[in-house]
Every structure is written in structure tokens, then in C-alpha cells.
Design a protein around this ligand. Structure first.
Ligand SMILES: Cc1cc2nc3c(=O)[nH]c(=O)nc-3n(C[C@H](O)[C@H](O)[C@H](O)COP(=O)(O)OP(=O)(O)OC[C@H]3O[C@@H](n4cnc5c(N)ncnc54)[C@H](O)[C@@H]3O)c2cc1C
Length: 362
């Protein structure tokens, strides 16, 4: 390694936030760090509440520009292209940035199921900038009949959104359209039943086993021709790697293929973490916990690289706690086969979220 190594960080996801906080260690190890990322980071743990207008966007926001002031050159834009031959990134504003080592932590996008036609006006749960359009719909809809929303997909984010939308006074109808045979197949059976009762109690219409062919701006269409009319639809059909992580030169269909060291399978100078990776030792769910836990591994990997030491490896936890914020002061916490429903689960979620966010705000 030369005395100075140009390290380019693309995206300020969970793992890179950790690097920004430890930037002095990287500098001491000989890295000159440049970050290309929007000036703030929005925390998905607060995203549903923010999207339905129940919570202030500031509750989940981290000031990336401020965090980068600890010795990182920050470009508040996005990378649109990576060139492996010239080792240069092209940014949305046209600037080219060269690197010796590059790391990507750029999150995910809402997955579009094959064969489903989705209108551009449909709100996608990810990136979160797009989900924020739902907040505008909710805030600006003053029609007499109330807002009708179709939520396509009953995974964790679709359920959080449907449950919380149902509590908004001028939302007249929430319809959940799920292709699977039952609601909450990813949950323990008792938790799925409890959730179904809550949604029913709040008047949410849940339609499972639907075969959708189109999600339009004003209606969803099933293969048998049935139409569900709405004012806005939300696509919550799972998370997929963003185009930059699936495109040449380094991407694959599942994202950037990385080894347990978070190093690209074929390019030792390329690292990646979080939702944008295809973790080769075993498929990982696209949940924030991996990005959070990969942060320290990525830092150690970069330090070991400059010191000539062995690379650390990321070992995913065997289970993790996930907590769905269902609005109305209640949440569903799940760990493995165990679950807890009620206010205490929400208080726990809030405490975990606050502690994590505080790290990057002080
Ligand atoms: C509604 C909703 C609720 C969720 N709730 C939870 C939850 O409670 N717990 C949980 O564990 N997971 C939750 N998830 C999943 C969670 O959002 C992701 O797993 C997590 O955010 C992935 O983290 P990451 O660090 O990979 O990327 P992200 O947190 O998505 O961060 C990536 C960052 O990179 C930036 N970026 C993207 N492209 C570029 C580019 N080309 N150039 C520069 N910067 C770029 C983005 O602006 C973003 O700030 C939720 C998801 C949704 C949609």
C-alpha cells in the first residue's frame, strides 16, 4: 500500500456511518477518504410513521454532512456509474472521482415482481425518498370521500404501513394485496393471527392469494380482470439490490457478490455492505441489522488491509430481534419463534432506535 490510499465510500448506509464516525482511524492508517452520499440519512425504523404523517421526519434523520466533517471529503450527490478500468466513479453532477479502494453501502430498492406492470406514480417503499411521497399524498388529500390506499405486499414494511395508515382519520380504506396464501407467513403462527385481528379491527381489507398483473395510478388489476380502485398505491413487494449493485462491472442479480470479508469475489479493492450485497457464504435478509453489524467488520478489514494483517470476516447472527411498529402505541416484537405484542414492544423499539441514532448525532 502507498503512503496515501484514496478510499471512496459510495452511500452513507449503516456500515458507512460507522466508518464516518471512526474516520480518524482510517486517516491514521493512511486513507484519504471521500464520501459520495446525500447530505442526510433516513432511518427505516421510523419510516412508516414518517410516511403516514404520524411522526416528524426529523426523528429518524442523521446529518451525514456534519458527520463527515470529522476529516472526510463529502460530495452531497450520488454515484451513477463506476468504471473498473479507469477506477473512477461518475456522479450525478458530472464529477469524476478516482479511487484506489472503493466501498459501496447504497441500500436497496422495492423489488418489482416479474410480470407485474407498475405505474411510475406508485409509491415504492425503498428508496425512502420515494416512500416520503406517501406523506405528501396523506397530507394533501382533502377529498370528501377520504383517501383509498392499496398496499401491495404484506411483508414487514407493507404490514407496518397498512396498520398505521388505517389510523389516519381521513384515510377511508386500506386494502392489502398479497400474493401468498396467508397473512404473515414470515411470523410465528400466533403472531400472524394476532396481527390479522388487529388489521381486521382497524378495518384493513386483506386479500391474500391475489394474482396481480398491474398496479396503476388509480387501480390495481388482477389476472381475472377484477379491479381495486385507489387514490394511491404503495409497492411493498420486498427489497432488491439497486441498479448500481446489479450492473456491470461488478454487480450480479443478487447484488454485489462479496465474500465473508465483505470483499468483492473478483476484485480485492472493492468492498460492499448492507442491502446491496449478495453475501456469498449464505443469503442474508435485507434488514438493517446486517448493515449495522458489518460496519465494524468493514472498518477492521480496511485497517487490516493497510497494516498487512489478516482480513476479519462477517458472521451473521443466527436470529435477530425485529419489531414492527403498528401505530396506535403498539408493536409486534419477534425473535425466532417467540413474539411479544403490545406497548412494551414499542417502548423497546423506541429505546433501541434512539440509542442507535444518538451514536451518529453526538
Ligand atoms: C418501511 C420500511 C421499514 C423498515 N424497517 C426496518 C426495521 O425496523 N428494522 C430493520 O432492520 N430493517 C428495516 N427495514 C429494512 C431496512 O430499510 C434496510 O435493510 C436497511 O436500510 C439497509 O441498510 P443499508 O445500510 O444497506 O442501506 P440504507 O439504509 O438504505 O442506506 C443507503 C444509503 O445510500 C444512499 N445511496 C443510495 N444510492 C446511492 C448512490 N448511487 N450514490 C450515493 N449514495 C447512495 C441512500 O440515500 C441511503 O442513505 C425497513 C425497510 C422499509 C422499506
Amino acid at each position: 500500500m502507498t503512503a496515501e490510499t484514496r478510499l471512496l465510500l459510495v452511500g452513507a448506509g449503516h456500515a458507512h456511518l460507522h466508518l464516518l464516525r471512526q474516520a480518524d482511524q482510517l486517516r491514521r492508517a493512511g486513507y484519504v477518504v471521500t464520501l459520495v452520499a446525500p447530505p442526510w440519512f433516513d432511518y427505516s425504523g421510523a419510516a412508516a410513521g414518517v410516511a403516514v404523517g404520524a411522526r416528524d421526519p426529523a426523528v429518524g434523520r442523521i446529518d451525514v454532512a456534519r458527520l463527515a466533517q470529522g476529516g472526510v471529503e463529502h460530495r452531497p450527490t450520488r454515484v451513477t456509474r463506476l468504471d473498473a478500468d479507469t477506477r473512477a466513479a461518475t456522479c450525478a453532477d458530472g464529477e469524476q472521482i478516482s479511487w484506489d479502494v472503493v466501498s459501496l453501502n447504497i441500500g436497496s430498492v422495492a423489488a418489482t415482481p416479474p410480470g407485474l406492470s407498475v405505474h411510475p406514480d406508485v409509491v415504492r417503499v425503498k428508496p425512502l425518498d420515494d416512500l416520503h411521497r406517501l406523506r405528501e399524498h396523506v397530507a394533501t388529500h382533502h377529498g370528501g370521500a377520504g383517501l383509498r390506499v392499496s398496499v401491495v405486499g404484506a411483508g414487514p414494511s407493507g404490514i407496518e404501513l397498512a396498520a398505521q395508515l388505517a389510523l389516519v382519520p381521513h384515510v377511508a380504506r386500506v386494502t392489502v394485496l398479497e400474493s401468498g396464501a396467508s397473512l404473515g407467513a414470515f411470523l410465528p403462527t400466533g403472531a400472524a393471527s394476532r396481527l390479522a385481528r388487529l388489521l381486521d379491527h382497524r378495518g384493513v381489507v386483506v386479500r391474500c392469494g391475489v394474482d396481480l398483473v398491474e398496479v396503476g395510478a388509480s387501480r390495481a388489476v388482477l389476472r381475472d380482470g377484477t379491479e381495486i380502485v385507489h387514490d394511491v398505491a404503495v409497492l411493498a413487494t420486498g427489497l432488491a439490490p439497486p441498479p448500481l449493485a446489479t450492473a456491470a462491472p461488478w454487480g450480479g442479480p443478487g447484488g454485489l457478490p462479496v465474500e465473508a470479508t465483505l470483499q468483492h469475489r473478483d476484485h480485492a479493492d472493492v468492498y460492499a455492505a448492507g442491502d446491496c450485497v449478495d453475501f456469498l457464504p449464505g443469503r442474508l435478509a435485507r434488514i438493517g441489522v446486517h448493515g449495522v453489524r458489518q460496519g465494524p467488520v468493514l472498518l477492521e478489514a480496511l485497517l487490516a488491509r493497510s497494516a498487512g494483517g489478516p482480513a476479519p470476516v462477517y458472521t451473521p447472527p443466527s436470529t435477530s430481534l425485529s419489531i414492527l411498529d403498528l401505530g396506535g402505541g403498539t408493536a409486534l416484537a419477534v425473535r425466532g419463534g417467540r413474539w411479544w405484542f403490545g406497548r412494551a414492544s414499542l417502548l423497546l423499539k423506541r429505546a433501541i432506535d434512539r440509542r442507535w441514532l444518538a451514536r451518529y448525532r453526538s
